[in-house]
Write a protein that binds this ligand. Structure first.
Ligand SMILES: NC(=O)C1=CN([C@@H]2O[C@H](COP(=O)(O)OP(=O)(O)OC[C@H]3O[C@@H](n4cnc5c(N)ncnc54)[C@H](OP(=O)(O)O)[C@@H]3O)[C@@H](O)[C@H]2O)C=CC1
Ligand SMILES: Nc1c(N[C@@H]2O[C@H](COP(=O)(O)O)[C@@H](O)[C@H]2O)[nH]c(=O)[nH]c1=O
Length: 234
């Protein structure tokens, strides 16, 4: 299977939560960590999130540093990354910042009735924004179909940036090459706070663990990097 090198990046609390239940976005990363994540973004061709993250955070998913954007432009690349969102039902907000910002366009991965729903939702968008395409990636969409489509678009390096259901989908597929975790030095402690992953079936077991390749402190945040590709795994 021709697919991009796939990095999953996530910031979590010590109790494995990626947000709290308040309406404001929880800041788990510190400035140094956000700067590293920006470097990580700048080194990728595409960035992918789930529709839940779009609804909760209304993120822009841009390269923040002007220096990094300029470096990309000098390399003949778009200043920002191609954006991708995964939705089962196709209900996406055409006014979301995800669709109106950036210079590389966006792809909505959905399937079944979600294709018509997403197409209908996006019909209300103005024509002046970056191009947006709705792609049928199966019903329900699979990580494999999404990665194959991204590879066809010339994406060689993909950053998956949440949320918990999308982590579950991608880690469950066994098609992630690298995991970067930033562990903030506190606990969220709320039963209903979004989790890093849901219960599920994962190929990373005590018999076939991930390989820890880096562990360091970034101003008090533990940065952990794991290599997920091992022999016998795709
Ligand atoms: N700390 C961090 O690093 C990050 C934290 N977050 C946080 O994560 C939270 C959001 O996470 P979460 O609620 O899990 O949402 P996700 O971003 O994981 O998106 C979930 C949505 O993805 C779609 N989906 C789920 N499973 C599938 C599937 N198998 N196939 C296709 N589509 C699927 C559904 O969309 P639909 O409903 O449209 O059908 C679902 O509602 C927010 O609170 C956000 O702040 C997010 C990113 C990073
Ligand atoms: N809060 C939090 C994260 N949250 C996620 O980061 C993304 C930010 O997008 P944008 O603001 O557009 O650049 C968005 O998907 C949001 O859910 N990420 C992290 O690395 N650390 C954090 O503490």
């Amino acid at each position: 299977m021709d697919r991009p090198y796939t990095i999953l990046s996530c910031a979590m609390s010590i109790d494995g939560r990626i947000d709290d239940t308040s309406p404001e976005r929880l800041r788990l990363s510190n400035e140094a960590d956000f700067a590293e994540i920006d470097e990580l973004r700048a080194g990728c061709d595409a960035i992918l999130v789930g529709a839940g993250t779009l609804r909760a955070d209304n993120p822009r998913l841009l390269v923040r540093s002007p220096v990094l954007r300029e470096r990309r432009a000098e390399q003949g690349r778009t200043e920002n990354l191609l954006k991708a969102v995964v939705t089962r039902g196709g209900d996406v907000d055409p006014g979301a910042r995800f669709f109106s910002t950036g210079d590389a366009g966006a792809v909505v991965y959905t399937g079944g009735p979600g294709v018509a729903t997403a197409t209908r939702c996006l019909a209300g968008r103005s024509d002046t924004g970056p191009p947006v395409e709705v792609v049928d990636a199966g019903d329900p969409p699979t990580a494999e179909a999404i990665l194959t489509d991204l590879a066809d678009r010339g994406v060689t390096r993909l950053l998956v940036e949440g949320g918990g259901h999308i982590h579950t989908m991608f880690l469950g597929s066994g098609l992630v090459d690298e995991l970067r975790l930033a562990v903030a030095p506190f606990l969220v402690g709320e039963e209903d706070a979004p989790r890093f992953v849901m219960p599920g079936s994962y190929p990373y077991t005590p018999q076939a663990p991930m390989r820890l390749v880096e562990a360091r402190s970034l101003d008090g945040i533990a940065v952990l990097r794991y290599c997920l590709a091992t022999e016998g795994r795709p």
